[in-house]
Ligand binder design. Structure first.
Ligand SMILES: Nc1ncnc2c1ncn2[C@@H]1O[C@H](COP(=O)(O)OP(=O)(O)O)[C@@H](O)[C@H]1O
Ligand SMILES: [Mg+2]
Length: 224
């Protein structure tokens, strides 16, 4: 379980995150929505241990982010808004490179299987020749090498083809159901959010998101 308790964060004098409290259970996918600049990426970076909140606490299972940062980090997979992979390396070389950095070891076969589960089959192709959707899948596969329990995704499907979006969505649902991962997922695509997520966290006061979500049976957690 992930427990987020009364966290706040300011940049200079501007408060971006104001007293947010929520928790995520194993196997749940949480959609994170809000207008541009609302603070979605800031919140995700706090949950990834890359930024510290000014106030409040976060806990993953029994581990406090403040006291056990190293342990917590072992169980987090993070896909930032911008793709981070080696363009001149093949898919295989990228997977092997990041496996070397990972605390959990995987065989070549296991790494390949991770890619194939998302229909990423271009194992020997240089990454620069792949489509945007394929690159996103590779970035996601890299974030899963160490079997994280908490997976944080910052707009993983922006600007990619519909087929890849659907494949990524189906894969995430499978990961949540079968491996009991907790997934927090930022997207502007409300169709994707309403079909994929169990609950939705909305930051900011844009009524647009509330209106759409009222028509669905999704639980909405709203923070200003
Ligand atoms: N490192 C930073 N220093 C100062 N302001 C920042 C920094 N990062 C983000 N911001 C500002 O904080 C606000 C929230 O940013 P962000 O979390 O990226 O929003 P979102 O992901 O919802 O678009 C924006 O106004 C942004 O310009
Ligand atoms: Mg952002």
């Amino acid at each position: 379980m992930l427990n987020v308790k009364s966290i706040s964060k300011s940049y200079g004098k501007t408060k971006i995150i104001n007293n947010i409290t929520f928790s995520v259970n194993k196997g749940e996918i949480i959609g994170l929505v809000g207008e541009n600049g609302a603070g979605k990426s800031t919140l995700l970076q706090i949950l990834a241990t890359l930024l510290k909140p000014d106030e409040g606490q976060v806990e993953l299972e029994q581990f406090s982010y403040q006291r056990n940062q190293k342990k917590v980090r072992k169980h987090i997979g993070f896909v930032p808004q911008d793709i981070v992979i080696w363009e001149n390396f093949t898919v295989e070389e990228n997977m092997l490179f990041f496996e070397k950095l990972s605390w959990k070891k995987k065989s070549n076969d296991e790494l390949r299987q991770l890619c194939l589960e998302m229909n990423l089959d271009k194992w020997n192709e240089p990454v620069k020749t792949l489509s945007g959707g394929m690159k996103r899948k590779l970035n996601l596969a890299i974030s899963l090498i160490h079997d994280p329990t908490l997976l944080l995704l910052d707009e993983p499907t922006v600007g990619i083809d519909l087929k890849s979006r659907k494949e990524i969505g189906a894969y995430l649902r499978k990961q949540a159901n079968e491996s009991e991962k907790m997934i927090i997922y930022i997207s502007h695509d409300m169709d994707e959010i309403t079909s994929l997520c169990d609950r939705v966290l909305c930051i900011g006061n844009d009524p647009f998101y509330k209106k759409i979500l009222e028509k669905t049976n999704k639980e909405l957690l709203s923070f200003q």
